[in-house]
Design a protein around this ligand. Sequence first.
Ligand code: NDP
Length: 314
Amino acid sequence: RKGTAVITGASSGLGLATAKALADTGKWHVIMACRNFLKAERAARSVGMSKEDYTVMHLDLASLESVKQFVDNFRRTEQPLDVLVCNAAVYQPTAKEPSFTAEGFELSVGTNHLGHFLLSRLLLDDLKKSDYPSKRMIIVGSITGNTNTLAGNVPPKANLGDLRGLASGLNGQNSSMIDGGDFDGAKAYKDSKVCNMLTMQELHRRYHEETGVTFASLYPGCIATTGLFREHIPLFRLLFPPFQKYITKGYVSEEEAGKRLAQVVSDPSLGKSGVYWSWNNNSSSFENQLSKEASDAEKAKKLWEVSEKLVGLA
Ligand code: NDP
């Protein structure tokens, strides 16, 4: 049978390119879990995916109710779940004030981390039930959360501190930042990516042996053309792609990045659990090192426990 992969945020950028790459193999049915139904449907058609290779289902990660609703709707289709890809993200580098999810969490961490945290916890049960030979859960990470890299050292740097802001609800009353500091949209995004990478490792430690599920994260390269940078100033959007192409040489096309993520979904040689994958300039994959904070097991455990409380699992 075909494998079934759920991809969040498959309506543009990396998620769409991955959906397309998987559909093109003829071996996958992709559930495009998206907040904008019409946009997702149009996106799938624009890249030439055929009807039988995908289903669009509504998911707004900025609402925990919507996450639960999505899980119910997915279960009602009675399809197996073989791979979950947590890909969607918001980035608000120029926001002066925080905005908030339906439950009142700062939007970047609320969407990128807490929405995916609840989704992955609920869907783990479905993954366990699948009889697919290589079941995987992938959470897209980023170099920007890794302070052991050049890109990760561009201020403001990611830093979760002692999680005091998250523990106090991340609702703007005490703080809207995980470390309890003043709001900074670029930092909130980087912090959320550190959470994604910590969550992947904590899932691996807690569930890999018991379930056989492969947990992985990745940095697909700098996909400087995606919608992620839509809220950045126009000059940045103009100069960022050529800067990445010719100066840092970290640039990767959406198509190439989609192929990389599709490898993490289905390539037998990328089946190891607990790994953060990256690619060399010649497009060969390797197991990359995470920064001290993004691989801190104690912080991962604490993040897990605080997140469970916020999303109502504890
Ligand atoms: P895009 O902005 O193109 O894609 C993000 C996707 O997330 C869109 O489909 C968007 O939906 C969706 N999304 C945003 N908010 C929500 C929500 N509340 N509920 C459901 N879906 C939502 O960016 P990219 O493709 O670049 O980003 C994809 C992933 O890649 C992210 O995890 C990002 O952190 C990561 N990444 C990107 C890099 C890059 O250089 N671009 C580098 C490293 C990592 P909609 O279409 O409706 O807006």
